[in-house]
Design a protein around this ligand. Structure first.
Ligand code: TRP
Length: 362
């Protein structure tokens, strides 16, 4: 069986370091591993509209931002199909058919949708499109017969729901769709990178994100004011690693080679942590190190972005061509789905013949 990746992001803002360690970095590794037959990376504009119906301009303006972020982290249009969800109309048609296979109570139990409803104060007035977006996400994944969905933990319920839809569909209409698996980040820090203020959720409105496209000075400012251990007051005090944002970021970004370059008194992160816990290591020193590490990681991304920013027409062209390619694949799956569901009347010569005979003999 072919190994196929599908994943994507809602275009509601620029992508940040949480997206990077949670999914983008892994996508690029998978892309370059050569282990996958096809890779589809989707800008989920239709899904973004499910909770931004009154603000289409926000979605419209952020498509190019997300595309620039994709290209600047190293997603390569020659290896990965980058496309826009709304351009692939077949996805909405699949969603409509899949919605017959899902109950309202099953959707109500989806933990990600539950939290999102609370976050958006939708409790008393949930848009139907928003409520049912897990079904549309199942269409996104199955349209490409994806086997692998690299994504964060919050996407687990979506992939689980997709698997249920696939099983139900195949049981009811015959083996047609492929059951996907989620591919989660391999360490805890990457799975749940907190905001710079230590809060669990990174959000634009809290001002606690570090964006991939952010300049060096601005990143440095955020790092130097990061949340650490509030009880680590004097340098000689023992410090806590757990819940200490600076160390969580180091867990997500640090490589041993950075010590040789920027902090040669330590061989690796474990030694640095041990010193901090013992006492005698100040926050400022650790923050300066983290800033150097982040700069090493972000500098090439920023540089690539600058290049692509010079040729926005090219970026739109990449998306257009990717969307056309994606659409052809989704159309093929939709046609198989309609065959399986027996709603392919005009292609079904048997059916027409049978009905001709039925009325001939009357
Ligand atoms: N729900 C994802 C997000 O919020 C975006 C998305 C839409 C997606 N369809 C998908 C992710 C299919 C993985 C697979 O960013």
């Amino acid at each position: 069986m072919k190994k196929i990746i599908l994943t994507g992001d809602r275009p509601t803002g620029r992508l940040h370091v949480g997206h990077y360690v949670g999914s983008l970095r892994r996508r690029v590794e998978l892309q370059n591993s050569g282990e996958f037959d096809d890779i589809y990376i989707m800008i989920a504009d239709a899904q973004a509209l499910t909770d931004n119906a009154d603000n289409p301009d926000k979605v419209r303006e952020n498509i190019i931002e997300v595309a620039l972020d994709y290209l600047s982290v190293g997603l390569d249009p020659a290896k990965s199909v980058l496309f826009i969800q709304s351009y692939v109309q077949e996805l909405t048609e699949l969603t409509f058919y899949y919605s017959n296979l899902v109950t309202v109570s099953r959707l109500q139990r989806n933990p990600t949708v539950k939290t999102e409803i609370q976050m958006r104060n939708f409790e008393t007035s949930i848009p139907v499109g928003f409520f049912t977006y897990p079904i549309s996400q199942a269409a996104d994944i199955t349209a490409f017969k994806a086997t692998t969905v690299p994504a964060g933990e919050d996407q687990m319920p979506m992939v689980e729901q997709t698997r249920e839809i696939v099983r139900k569909f195949n049981q009811t209409y015959g083996e047609t769709l492929v059951e996907p698996e989620i591919l989660l980040p391999d360490n805890d820090a990457c799975m749940r990178l907190p905001g710079t203020d230590g809060k669990a959720k990174m959000s634009k409105s809290l001002g606690n994100c570090i964006y991939l496209s952010e300049d060096e000075t601005s990143v440095q400012k955020k790092v130097m004011s990061m949340y650490t251990d509030p009880n680590h007051i004097r340098v000689q005090d023992p410090g806590q690693i757990e819940g200490n944002t600076v160390f969580t970021y180091l867990d997500a970004f640090c490589k041993d080679e950075y010590f040789a370059e920027y902090l040669p008194d330590y061989a690796n992160l474990d030694e640095l942590k041990a010193h901090y816990q013992r006492g005698g290591l100040g926050d400022v020193k650790v923050k300066r190190f983290l800033n150097a590490v982040l700069n090493e990681e972000l500098a090439p991304i920023r540089a690539r972005r600058k290049e692509y920013e010079k040729d926005i027409a090219y970026v739109y062209d990449v998306l257009k061509q990717g969307s056309e390619k994606a659409r052809a694949v989704a159309a093929q799956t939709l046609s198989e789905v309609k065959d399986a569901m027996r709603i392919n009347y005009f292609d079904d010569e048997e059916l027409i013949k049978k009905h001709i005979e039925k009325y001939q003999n009357e």
